[in-house]
Write a protein that binds this ligand. Structure first.
Ligand code: SF4
Length: 308
C-alpha cells in the first residue's frame, strides 16, 4: 500500500484491509473483485492484484508462510529488489541492503555524488554503496530502517534539515553547499493525454449502468469497474458514437474534468441519459448504487457514478 502512497492516506485503510483479509490464505482465496473493492481509492491497482498473486504463491509454494530468504521474496509478484531487501533485513534479520528513493538521496548527498549519469548507473552505485554500509552495520534491519527514515524525515528532497542530521559532519553535500543540486533531477516526463468519453446511464428504476474493464493488458485500471466509456488517445468520441456504443439514445453532455495520474492526464467528458423501460444495453449491466459502492472503482468513476 505504501508504494508511491503517503502514510497518511494508507493509515485509515490498512486495518480495514487486514480485517477483511487477515491471512495470506484469506487474501489468496478471495475474488479479485473483492480485493479491488477493498483497495478502492488507493490507486495503483496493480499493487492489489500483485498482492493477491503473491498471497497465492505464498499459499501454494510456501505453505502459507512468507519466505524470509531475499531470493525467494524477490520472486513473489510485485516484490522488487527494494521490498525484498527491506523485508529480508527488517523482518527476517538477513544482512542485505535495500535502496528506496529516500536511501538513494541520503547516499548521494553523503558522498557528494552529482555525476551526470543514467538512472541505471546511479542506482547500481547506490546498491553497491548500500551493500558496503550494511556489511559494516551492527543490525542490518535497524541500519536500513534508520537510513530510510533519515531520508524521509531529515534528508528531505527540498530543504533538508542538516542541523538536525546525525551524519552532518561526514556529509560532503552539506560541506560543499550542494544539497540543492544533489541528487541531479531528471526532467519530469510529460504526461500522456488519454480521452475518456463516459456514459452515466440510469434505468427506469434508477439503477446505474456499469461495465468491467479488461483484466489484462497494459492499460489503465485493469479489471476495475466503470461507467461505460470510450477510451481514445487523441480526441474524445462524440455523443452519438457513445450512444451507439451503449445502445442508449439521447445522451446529454453534463460535465468534463481532468484526472491526473503519475503518467497520464485522463480527460473526461461525461454524458448522461435514461434507458427506456425494457431497453437492453449494448454493454455492461444495471446495478444499484449500493452494489456499485462495493465494487472496485477507479476514483474518477466513483465520482461519476456515486457522487452525482
Ligand atoms: S547533512 Fe543534510 S544533506 Fe547531508 S545527509 Fe544529513 S540531512 Fe542530508
Amino acid at each position: 500500500m505504501l508504494q508511491q502512497t503517503q502514510v497518511a492516506r494508507v493509515v485509515d485503510r490498512l486495518d480495514e484491509f487486514l480485517a477483511r483479509f487477515p491471512t495470506a490464505s484469506a487474501l489468496a482465496g478471495a475474488s479479485e473483485d473483492d480485493v479491488l473493492a477493498a483497495w478502492s481509492g488507493l490507486g495503483y491497482y496493480r499493487r492489489a492484484q500483485n498482492l493477491q498473486r503473491a498471497a497465492r504463491a505464498i499459499v501454494q509454494e510456501h505453505g502459507g508462510r512468507i519466505p524470509g530468504d531475499p531470493e525467494l521474496l524477490g520472486r513473489l509478484p510485485g516484490v522488487g529488489k527494494y521490498t525484498a531487501g527491506a523485508l529480508a533485513s527488517m523482518v527476517f534479520g538477513h544482512r542485505v541492503p535495500t535502496v528506496d528513493a529516500n536511501i538513494e538521496r541520503v547516499l548521494l548527498r553523503l558522498e557528494g555524488r552529482d555525476a551526470d549519469e543514467t538512472p541505471a548507473a546511479r542506482s547500481r552505485w547506490c546498491w553497491e554503496r548500500a551493500g558496503e554500509l550494511v556489511n559494516a552495520a551492527g543490525d542490518a534491519g535497524v541500519h536500513n530502517e534508520a537510513l530510510m527514515e533519515l531520508g524521509a524525515l531529515v534528508c528531505t528532497p527540498r530543504r533538508p534539515r542538516c542541523n538536525a542530521c546525525p551524519l552532518s559532519r561526514s556529509c560532503r553535500a552539506r560541506r560543499d553547499g550542494r544539497t540543492d543540486s544533489i541528487p541531479v533531477r531528471a526532467p519530469r516526463a510529460r504526461r500522456t493525454d488519454v480521452f475518456h468519453t463516459v456514459a452515466r446511464v440510469r434505468d427506469a428504476k434508477g439503477k446505474l449502468l456499469v461495465e468491467q474493464r479488461p483484466p489484462d493488458g497494459a492499460g489503465l485500471w485493469r479489471g476495475l469497474w466503470q461507467a461505460p466509456a470510450i477510451e481514445r488517445g487523441t480526441r474524445h468520441a462524440s455523443g452519438s458514437e457513445l450512444s451507439r456504443a451503449v445502445g442508449v439514445s439521447e445522451l446529454v453532455e453534463c460535465e468534463s474534468f481532468v484526472h491526473l495520474t503519475t503518467h497520464r492526464a485522463v480527460r473526461f467528458r461525461v454524458f448522461e441519459g435514461v434507458a427506456g423501460r425494457g431497453t437492453e444495453p449494448a454493454r455492461g449491466q444495471f446495478r444499484t448504487a449500493r452494489s456499485i459502492a462495493g465494487l472496485g472503482l477507479a476514483t474518477p468513476h466513483r465520482r461519476i457514478l456515486l457522487d452525482s
